[in-house]
Ligand binder design. Structure first.
Ligand code: KG4
Ligand code: ZN
Length: 334
């Protein structure tokens, strides 16, 4: 079965065709990130307008073969951006008389792993994106138990907000990783220590807004002491990355142990972070869990995982019943 996936939840316009949930026949992504870089973050109206500009060319480019069904992200995401993908998918389903499957963007992120491998159940998945941080237990396709998530900012959001404080580019994750790498190359001794929020707590919840505030205070202190320079920006970046990744690894490993799973899956844009990937490898090297890390290009928003999710969770609805759900949660029904 060949499914055309469409993804427009944020600032990427993406279309892909995947055969039987695993074989990528085409995978096209257009991004308006350059525009958002100028404003240091996403302006929803601007993102939606770019979605309108890109959607048809992106689908045209992806349509390399006949398709059997259409899958579309219905939420969570920005309403204006989601509408572009959903209305286009509904129209295509009606005109081409194809089944249409509504897709939860957060669950779809997890399927980046199924595009490249065949993880064994039960599994825990850590979904770390720009707007969400969730830990879920999956006993099989379609059986999701939410274990915990962030009480305030998401991990990606924390990277983005800290980068903004430090005057670095948007999106903040790659920008902070690049600054941190410069420090590592110099082998400098670290003089800055930041908190690891909730790392000791015996639950699967996260909180990252306090970390951002700690960074803000540290920057103020360094500026007042005339110590704020390129080197301290690199040190702060290094420690921000260490703090966020320490918490993510610890909580995920605890969840895997508690639920005695076979596999641990990472998903979402932050899963592209090489330090996070390295730490997961180190933490689990002597454990019995199999670790799955999608290729970095499949971690960030794309439509291939939307198609894959729809194949393994094949629940078409009449096109009239498909609508945007901007506030959908990872455990929410579409
Ligand atoms: O999943 P995604 O592409 O879009 C959403 O659904 O939100 O995630 C975007 C987030 C942004 O916050 C971005 O800073 C972060 O993923 N990100 C990274 C890296 N690449 C993207 N964070 C840390 N390290 C990276 N290499
Ligand atoms: Zn995403």
């Amino acid at each position: 079965m060949k499914i055309l996936g469409i993804e427009t939840s944020c600032d990427e316009t993406a279309a892909a065709i995947v055969e039987n949930g695993t074989k990528i026949l085409s995978n096209v992504v257009a991004s308006s990130v350059q525009l958002h870089r100028k404003t240091g973050g996403i302006i929803p109206e601007v993102a939606a307008r770019e979605q309108v500009r890109f959607i048809i060319p992106v689908i045209e480019k992806a349509l390399k073969s006949k398709i059997d069904a259409i899958a579309v992200t219905v939420g969570p995401g920005l309403i204006g951006s989601l509408l572009v993908g959903v209305e286009t998918a509904r129209t295509l389903a009606f005109v081409l008389k194809k089944p249409i499957i509504p897709v939860n963007h957060l669950l779809a992120h997890i399927y980046a792993n199924f595009l490249e491998s065949n993880p064994k159940f039960p599994l825990v998945a850590l979904v770390v994106s720009g707007g969400h941080t969730d830990l879920v237990l999956m006993k099989k396709h379609g059986q999701i138990h939410w274990l915990g998530g962030t009480r305030d900012d998401a991990a990606g959001e924390c990277f983005d907000k800290c980068a903004r404080i430090l005057g670095l580019d948007y999106p903040g994750g790659p920008a902070i990783a690049a600054e941190a790498a410069k420090l590592k190359a110099k082998n400098e001794k670290l003089k800055i220590k930041l908190p690891r929020p909730m790392i000791e707590e015996k639950n699967f919840d996260f909180s990252f807004s306090g970390l951002k505030t700690a960074v803000l205070r540290e920057v103020e202190r360094l500026k007042n002491n005339q110590q704020y320079d390129n080197l301290t920006i690199q040190q702060l970046s290094f420690e921000i990355q260490e703090a966020i990744t320490d918490v993510l690894v610890e909580k995920t490993a605890q969840a895997a142990k508690k639920y005695k799973v076979k596999s641990i899956l990472l998903a979402g844009g932050v899963a592209a972070n090489s330090r996070l990937r390295e730490k997961f490898h180190l933490a689990l090297s002597s454990s019995s869990f199999s670790l799955y890390l999608p290729s970095p290009s499949l971690c960030t928003d794309n439509a291939a995982y939307v198609s894959s999710f729809a194949y393994f969770n094949y629940k078409p609805l009449p096109w009239e019943k498909i609508s945007t759900q901007p506030g959908l949660s990872i455990a929410g029904e579409v």
